[in-house]
Ligand binder design. Structure first.
Ligand SMILES: Cc1cc2nc3c(=O)[nH]c(=O)nc-3n(C[C@H](O)[C@H](O)[C@H](O)COP(=O)(O)OP(=O)(O)OC[C@H]3O[C@@H](n4cnc5c(N)ncnc54)[C@H](O)[C@@H]3O)c2cc1C
Length: 382
């Protein structure tokens, strides 16, 4: 493994850092408080190549590699986690799935619009009764004589659901086949039969709009089937492997922001006549924060490196996501504690980092599911 970053990777990291620190971080409190989707900021990310980092230039992307994606995601998440959530769905869950499985026409139509930041994409797998166990989905796609499908059913917790133009949807086309009966479809939300539910009020990442969506006799043309019929579950799991590298990066960005704020605070804040950073109990926390942050970063870079080599990276991605998300939760918890009352105040971003960190342990596979993936990979047992 070689972690000497290329000039191109460092340039993208620099662009992301500048946007995050100059535009995103100053507006993060506003969007979090109002729970408002940051339309203009997201367009800016698209215009700067950050909505399709691994998308080849011929489809409107930046044509870069997974390491560049990790570096950029960390910077945006350090500015604001909600922005990085929207960015990760567009990059990992939407574009990646179509790039790997789509036709040339699908890539030109769907990927280009999202990678250029003109439209927002979404990924719809979860349903009210099926999250970790995606095979329990009920959303039904019935094939018609002309090769089109009629879709009926609900999907819940859809990131960017309230604002997205296009969706990668997973629906059951042959229920008796279970996982092998799931098919992936490309949805245009402007078509009849698509409905959005109310936006979910959330603990964190409040600027990333999330809602339930519903399909009522929505017709998907044959050319909008993604991959072959029955391949949907495989497509979803492959896309989530890549997505986990993005969520690990998001967790690192949140944790780094909390850690850096803490480093400043322990030097300035005094108690009992000394800076709190001189107390050994504070020093132990700082050392543990730094170790967890670096471990998460190295494991995430490893996962991205393995992916970039074209090798199977499912285990590395799960290890990175589990380690980074639990590190983010722990680090933000300690950061609030070290800030004392100010850590609890909305006048500082610490409480937001703490709230935002939690989601990284839940979506794109909970920590329990990551442990299950890792243990199965390690033992070979099912
Ligand atoms: C803010 C937010 C945004 C989201 N965005 C999207 C999105 O864009 N698209 C999308 O499709 N979904 C999205 N989700 C859904 C998310 O991926 C699911 O919430 C997650 O996968 C967990 O599913 P669940 O909520 O149904 O929990 P459940 O699956 O019901 O799990 C409940 C608990 O049981 C545990 N559990 C379940 N199975 C096992 C097992 N076998 N062994 C041990 N423990 C187990 C879980 O770890 C968890 O602790 C989002 C969720 C949130 C909160």
């Amino acid at each position: 493994m070689d972690f000497g970053f290329t000039e191109e990777q460092l340039m993208l990291q620099d662009v992301a850092r500048r946007i995050a620190q100059e535009k995103i971080a100053p507006s993060a409190e506003h969007f979090d408080r109002l729970g408002e989707f940051p339309v203009d900021n997201m367009r800016m990310l698209g215009e700067n190549g950050l909505m399709g980092i691994e998308v080849p230039e011929e489809y409107g992307g930046a044509g870069m590699d997974p390491i560049a994606y990790v570096l950029a995601m960390i910077e945006i998440a350090a500015g604001d986690a909600a922005h990085s959530t929207i960015m990760s769905v567009n990059n990992s869950l939407f574009c990646n799935g179509i790039l790997l499985n789509g036709t040339e026409a699908q890539k030109q139509k769907y990927v280009r619009a999202i990678a250029e930041g003109r439209e927002i994409g979404a990924f719809a797998l979860t349903e009210p009764q099926s999250g970790s166990d995606a095979t329990a989905m009920r959303c039904r796609a019935v094939k018609q004589a002309d090769g089109s499908y009629v879709v009926n059913g609900k999907k819940s917790w859809i990131t960017s659901g309230p604002v997205c133009k296009y969706i990668v949807l997973f629906a059951m086309s042959t229920p008796e086949l279970g996982a092998r009966g799931i098919t992936a479809f490309l949805i245009d939300t402007a078509n009849p039969g698509f409905h959005r539910g109310k936006t979910e009020p959330k603990l964190g990442i409040r600027a990333s709009a999330t809602c339930e969506i519903e399909f009522q006799d929505y017709v998907v043309a044959a050319e909008d089937v993604l991959g072959a019929e029955g391949q949907g579950f495989k497509i979803a799991m492959g896309v989530l492997d890549a997505g986990r590298i993005g969520i690990a990066s998001q967790a690192i960005g949140i944790a780094r922001a909390a850690y850096e704020a803490t480093l400043e605070y322990v030097k300035e804040r005094k108690a009992f006549g000394a800076a709190i950073g001189t107390f050994q109990m504070t020093q132990a926390k700082i050392a543990d924060m730094k170790c967890k942050l670096d471990a998460a970063l190295l494991l995430t870079l490893r996962a991205a490196w393995v992916k970039g080599q074209g090798q199977r990276f499912s285990n590395e991605a799960a290890i990175a996501k589990l380690t980074a998300s639990e590190a983010a939760m722990w680090i933000t918890h300690q950061a609030v504690q070290i800030h004392g009352g100010m850590g609890y105040s909305k006048e500082m971003p610490l409480e937001r980092y703490f709230r935002d960190a939690k989601i990284t342990e839940i979506y794109e596979g909970t920590s329990e599911i990551q442990r299950l993936v890792i243990a199965r990979n390690e033992t070979g047992l099912r």
